[in-house]
Design a protein around this ligand. Sequence first.
Ligand code: ATP
Ligand code: MG
Length: 374
Amino acid sequence: MAIEQHQSASDIFDDSKQAMLAAIVDSSDDAIVSKNLNGIVTSWNRGAERIFEWKEIEVIGKHISIIIPPDRLSEESLIIGRIRQGQRVEHYETIRMTKSGKMLNISLTVSPIKNSAGVVIGASKIARDITERVAIERKMKEYAEQLQKLNRHKDEFIGMAGHELKTPLTSISAYLQLLDKADITGDNKRFVTKALQNVAKLSGLVTDLLDVSKIEAGKLQMNIEKFDLVELLQESVDNFRHITLSHTIEYHTKEKPIYVSGDRSRIEQVMINFFTNAVKYSPDGKQIEVQLKRTDGDVIVSVHDKGIGVAEDQLDKLFSRFYRADELPGNISGLGIGLYISKEIVIRHGGKIWVESELGKGSAFYFSLPIVSK
Ligand SMILES: Nc1ncnc2c1ncn2[C@@H]1O[C@H](COP(=O)(O)OP(=O)(O)OP(=O)(O)O)[C@@H](O)[C@H]1O
Ligand SMILES: [Mg+2]
């Protein structure tokens, strides 16, 4: 009969499908292996030969435990237990052993093989060699730990250096103040004034560095009291106007007292950071505007300049420690910690800090604090 002499079209289709699947299995980089429910290997592809070094002919009919390290033999019965229940085991990361005894990191996916009646008769297993990935992950973890350690050393060093610098600075400053009060005139007077100004600048830098190390150590102290923010802002603007000849600072408010709870001098520090930045980063735009606004429950202080601005992709980094925008003009110096300290202070007060800016047009820095009743 024709039917016995020729394969039907669907048989041919099945055959070519089988052949294709066999070719895929054969050419896979992963080990693809099947075994029966007793753990006896029933098929072994070329990927398995390459990874585990056993030839197909050597392992067919043998127990899968030849590739399981002795201390992991119990895993096999766990896996088989799940397979018997018709469940899959996916991306199970473990260790397997090659013929020469080399240990490999392996990611295993094991699925049940069912017969046409739906009964589980064995398991197919795909094993991927992830030794390289695991080694890279381990290296990365080591690097991360080393980095953390170095970072801690750096913080400790900054703290120590800050303290060491502070003592002689205080003494220099005291002697200069004595000289300043002495009967000196002309150039000498001018030199002492200049020296005092520079010592004050240096002290400011050292204090900022010490603040950073206190923040890192969780030891930034706050002296909390209730105070009028409108008054503090007015005072800070007045003081700043006094020492700033290069820029005009506009600030008008009709607000009545607005009370906040916090450390008055720390909040003043944030305002001064904003003012000094506005001046420093506006070599050409000479106008700075300060605003104070009241919203539902909060008071917002902002400082607007017409300076160099900040590129959009840098905005969220400005408040990080030691960060300075890329491509700053070379003559504008700084440590990149003013905004980091400001952020810490504002957040510790339950407030928010943010920036709006356009490169080449100018920036506006904001902070808000919760209003408290008088
Ligand atoms: N008003 C501003 N206009 C443009 N860029 C600004 C402005 N304020 C801050 N920046 C950018 O944010 C960065 C971080 O500011 P931050 O005040 O923390 O540090 P700094 O001014 O560089 O140094 P310092 O710690 O001495 O204040 C600055 O380096 C600058 O790139
Ligand atoms: Mg600054």
